[in-house]
Design a protein around this ligand. Structure first.
Ligand code: AMP
Length: 544
């Protein structure tokens, strides 16, 4: 074989620190605004963030944090968390973001599994950390992410105050260069069944993913945007917006712990937010606040909703009543997280609005860098005709190749099995039918719970809807619809049942509707079907 002719280009490793260096130099006066847990708004710039991250990198070095060491965070979206992202990964260690909504035993398990040696936490989580500390022997240093004035009295050994720790250091620090395939960030799946599993992102995968999400057919973010990530930095790096924003030089607004409709609306308006991202329940909360108080959104133009299926009714209301374009997206922890994003193609622009909308309700198509296929039970590829549904498999440069310290290879022939079931149409748009454990198996056929939930959400008095399979002696399972009404509004069982004929196959129509005050949620803001199934285990369907 002849020797290949090599290109003659510079080798500049794709490192997370380069994002902050870029933002500091070329967007130095662009703001980062945070609602703090201590109260009030904190405001500074990329130049300030760069300087303080270098001080923090020196502080980490002083306590002996070395290459590859895991440094954990239990924190909301805020400027100190942002500094930790860059200082930890930038100096060659690994930022391990922990979801504080998990059960304390799960958190302790995760800290021990990751062998975190330092753990930094927001004041909110001080009581949780007091309980955790005795169970986490690997952690040698605990850091309260606050200033001296707000330092609490805690029974935790080796406790330091973030601001004191940082202020003692110089801001002279050269971000080291190393292999771009080194680990940058560790994020555990929520582990609804079995123990959580660690997805260990590299610097390279993080930068490729951040590049991809900025593309015009994806989140389309730029230096003209003001981004408010509602998605938490403790779960899949806030969909990597804290990396994408410095990449393009966008202003960032961090909402802290206040994720209710009123607090979000106030920040959207006061900071001129143009783009935001979150799970459906957050937008449902915001919508209720807007409707109850007759408010408008004057600067917000685009939002991405993902993490769970976005009800089409929610998308429609935001667009028609508030002028906000909602983009549906699908992803998962193992994909950093983005797999697909919904934007139309040139040929769709000529279609009538209702046909365009039908496409837009799907989970979207993959950007360059991600490949998808659906397969049957024997692993054979199914047609991309928008009808056949099967197990969704994925490949790409920001998809995990294994779990951190995992003993089993999760891949099948080089593809990652997502555990989701869906269809792919000839244009590449993915539609998720269900999580494979959540599909309702009625008489050997499958019923999509998401399709039924979307129909129920069309009723203006419905705040949330969930469909689960309830036991049926003849059909094994039949759909049971659980509905939460909007505050101060009413709707009857019959009115809900009348929504279905003509919209779904007759045999898909739920056998029963029950009303609930609220739905159980998972640590990642999704409706917990597992807990609903337990709750309605004994439910007797009308004709069963
Ligand atoms: P997580 O790893 O916790 O982010 O959860 C990933 C899972 O959330 C996926 O495997 C899907 O089951 C679900 N999911 C994410 N986005 C969507 C979406 N747009 N529609 C339906 N399910 C989704």
């Amino acid at each position: 074989m002849s020797t290949p002719l090599m290109g003659q280009m510079m080798e500049v490793p794709l490192l997370v620190s380069s994002l902050l260096k870029h933002a500091e130099r070329y967007h130095g006066d662009t703001e980062i605004v945070s609602r703090t847990v201590e109260g009030g708004i904190h405001r500074y710039t990329y130049a300030d963030a760069g300087r303080r991250s270098r001080q923090l990198a020196n502080a980490l070095k002083r306590i002996g944090v070395g290459r590859g060491d895991r440094v954990a965070t239990l924190a909301w979206n805020g400027y100190r968390h942002f500094e930790l992202y860059y200082a930890i990964s930038g100096s060659g260690a690994v930022v391990h973001t922990i979801n504080p909504r998990l059960f304390p035993e799960q958190i302790a398990w995760i800290v021990n599994h990751a062998e975190d040696r330092t753990l930094c936490f927001d004041l909110t989580f001080a009581p949780l950390v007091e309980k955790l500390a005795p169970q986490c022997p690997t952690v040698k240093q605990w850091v309260v992410m606050t200033d001296r004035a707000h330092m609490p009295e805690l029974k935790i050994p080796n406790l330091i105050c973030y601001e004191d720790w940082l202020e003692a250091e110089s801001d002279e620090f050269e971000w080291p260069e190393f292999d771009e395939k080194s680990a940058a960030c560790l994020c555990y799946t929520s582990g609804t069944t079995g123990n959580p599993k660690g997805a260990l992102y590299s610097h390279r995968s993080t930068i490729l993913h951040a590049y991809a999400i900025c593309l015009p057919d994806v989140m389309n973010v730029s230096a003209r945007d003001c981004i408010l990530p509602v998605v938490p930095m403790f779960h899949v790096s806030a969909w990597t917006l804290p990396y994408a924003a410095p990449l393009v030089g966008a202003k960032i607004v961090f909402p802290g712990a206040a994720l209710d409709g009123a607090s979000l609306h106030e920040l959207f308006e006061s900071e001129g937010v143009t783009f935001s991202a979150g799970v459906p329940t957050v937008w449902q909360g915001l919508l209720q606040h807007l409707q109850n108080n007759k408010l408008k959104l004057s600067t917000l133009k685009r939002c991405v909703i993902g993490g769970s299926a976005c009800p089409p009714a929610l998308m429609k209301t935001f667009e028609s009543d508030y002028g906000v374009k909602i983009h549906h997206a699908w992803g998962m922890t193992e994909l950093s997280p983005l797999g697909t994003f919904n934007t139309l193609k040139n040929k769709h622009l000529k279609l009538p609005a209702d046909e365009q909308f039908e496409i837009e309700t799907k989970q979207g198509r993959p950007p360059f860098g991600i490949d998808l296929k659906i397969v049957d039970a024997d692993g054979r590829s199914l047609p991309r005709d928008g009808k056949a549904f099967g197990d969704l498999m994925v490949r790409g440069g920001w998809v995990i190749s294994g779990y951190y310290k995992g003993d089993k290879d999760p891949l099948s022939d080089g593809w990652f099995p997502t555990g989701d079931v869906g269809t792919l149409d000839p244009d590449g748009y993915l539609q998720i039918t269900d999580r494979s454990k959540d599909v309702i198996k009625s008489g050997g056929e499958w019923i999509s719970s998401i399709d039924l939930e979307n129909v129920a959400c069309e009723h203006p008095a419905v705040a949330q809807a969930a469909v689960i399979g309830a036991y049926h002696p003849k059909w094994d399972e039949r759909p049971l619809l659980i509905v939460v009404k909007k505050q101060g509004q009413d709707v009857s069982r019959d009115e809900i049942m009348q929504l279905f004929p003509g919209k779904v196959a007759k045999w898909w129509i739920p056998d029963d509707v029950v009303f609930a005050d609220e739905l159980p949620m998972t640590a990642t803001g999704k409706i917990s079907k597992l807990r609903l199934r337990e709750q309605f285990k004994e439910h007797k369907l009308p004709d069963a």
